[in-house]
Design a protein around this ligand. Structure first.
Ligand SMILES: *Cc1c(COP(=O)(O)O)cnc(C)c1O
Length: 469
């Protein structure tokens, strides 16, 4: 065995052999060298484990194809485009919302040039970063004032830190949720310095539960959207107008964490009864927060709207500086919000809304087209079917709510669905989809029309990866 180690090619030999490949020759030398070292380590491990037993297996000619494939696959940028065939529109692991075309253009403009990011062009002096979106947010939601921070988690934190540090915040027991990614309302609250005052029972909370808990050290009343969690049966929560009445009576701010939040009235398209941000503002919430990249369909951001006196206090909180959004986010958010000045335009141009509200007919025809290109690309290796199924909004919005659509099922000769699913993580671009009832399922809702060919080509690459072995 120790003799075999000596037969490994040298790094110089590896580098010289790799040079002949134009693409690899263009890569930074340090990167190629490190990958060469990793590859030699893999070979050493294979000698140790007995996978390599012959001298010939270690010749440069024998190793080169594998080495090249290794360098090619490992030298790709880590952050990559992925085909989302899961049907989950707001897929947090796959980057949540896609931006509208105008928002993408605004980002490119903002980062390729200097801008009036914090510069007031009417006075030639320093301006406010928020001015670009505050008026739009107020016009759309009807709120008096607005500001934007990094994400909704930050928004919740800064609202609590501003209004309730060292004070009690009254929250219903039924709303003390964990929404995933370790974001738990009680934990955020304790980090902000606010003292959690839980009221009610797990399933039922009444207005008098809040009222009885109000005392000298109460800082705020808070409602939290339960997001990806639902309680059914004998349940009760206090409505926002009722809570606002209490807030007025005791002069306490009412904070609402809407979670996803939506500016578009999705009830109109048959989705569960979710109030819009406009409605929540109209009902009297003092400060409302929601995400920029969930149903809104913009960049990652935490949006806070509400009464001017409260928003001003948050703006002047020094913590705000640590949570401020960058110019790319600002540009994308402004462009996205502009689309909401006309709700029809928003529905057609904001990809997240477009995907959520896609018509059953459009989805069916897209599924047929996808099935056709897959048949064309893979021929008799594949049997493709079409069936009714369901997609999800995702992002904690509308949990348990199924969006009806049409799915494409794929069965490959002599290849298991599990093997196919993992091989598709290695294609270019990788493809993520579902396995349902032992079938491999592609949901066209989350694939752009321009991605159908790429999807078929990913399947073909996966087959060749699996049959090569
Ligand atoms: C998603 C969500 C958050 C966190 O929002 P991010 O934008 O992901 O930081 C907070 N609260 C609720 C209820 C949510 O659904």
């Amino acid at each position: 065995m120790s003799m075999l180690f000596r037969n490994l090619p040298s790094m110089d030999q590896l580098l010289a052999a790799l040079e002949v490949d134009r693409d690899i020759a263009d890569l930074p030398r340090l990167l190629v060298k490190n990958l060469g070292n990793e590859f030699l380590d893999i070979c050493r491990e294979e000698i140790r484990s007995g996978a390599i037993t012959e001298e010939e297996q270690l010749s440069l000619e024998a190793l080169l194809p594998r080495l090249m494939a290794y360098v090619r696959s490992q030298s790709r940028p880590h952050f990559r485009r992925v085909l989302n065939a899961t049907g989950v529109v707001i897929h947090t692991n796959l980057g949540r919302s896609l931006l509208a075309k105008s928002a993408i253009a605004a980002v490119a403009e903002a980062c390729g040039h200097y801008s009036n990011c914090e510069f007031d062009l009417s006075t030639g002096r320093r301006g406010s970063r928020y001015s670009h979106v505050e008026k739009l947010l107020c016009d759309i939601t009807g709120a008096e004032a607005a500001l934007v921070v990094n994400n909704n988690a930050a928004a919740v934190f800064i609202m609590l830190e501003t209004f309730a540090k060292g004070k009690e915040v009254i929250v219903s027991r039924g709303q003390l949720v964990e929404i995933g990614g370790s974001f738990r309302i009680p934990d955020v609250m304790s980090k902000s310095g606010a003292i959690l005052k839980e009221v009610g029972a797990t399933n039922r909370t009444h207005a008098h539960d809040y009222e009885n808990a109000i005392g000298d050290n109460t800082g705020a009343l808070m409602r939290v959207h339960t997001s990806n969690f639902r309680m059914v049966g004998f349940t009760k929560e206090v409505s926002l107008p009722e809570l606002c009445e209490l807030g007025d009576k005791y002069d306490l701010p009412v904070i609402e964490d809407l979670g996803s939040g939506t500016l578009y009235p999705l009830q109109d398209v048959g989705l569960a009864d979710e109030p819009t941000v406009q409605q929540v503002v109209a009902q009297g919430a003092d400060v409302v927060s929601f995400s920029g990249d969930k149903v809104l369909g913009g960049p990652q951001a935490g949006i806070i709207v509400g009464r001017k006196e409260y928003i001003d206090r948050i703006k002047s909180n020094p913590v705000n500086r640590a949570m401020r959004i960058d110019k790319m986010t600002l540009a994308a958010l402004e462009a996205t919000l502009r689309l909401y000045l006309d709700m029809d335009e928003a529905r057609h141009k904001v990809p997240t809304l477009r995907m959520i509200t896609a018509s059953p007919e459009a989805l069916k025809s897209k599924a047929r087209r996808l099935a056709d290109v897959i048949r064309l690309e893979l021929g008799d290796m594949v049997s493709v079917g079409i069936k009714k199924g369901f997609s999800r909004v995702g992002g904690g919005a509308f949990p348990e709510y199924d969006l009806p659509g049409t799915m494409v099922t794929v069965v490959l000769k002599n290849i298991s669905v599990g093997d196919l699913k993992s091989a598709l993580l290695d294609t270019d671009p990788p493809l993520v989809a579902r396995i349902e009832d032992d079938a491999f399922l592609l949901d066209p809702r989350t694939l752009a029309s321009t991605e159908l060919k790429l999807t078929a080509s990913a399947l073909k690459q996966a087959v060749s990866l699996l049959t090569r072995k």
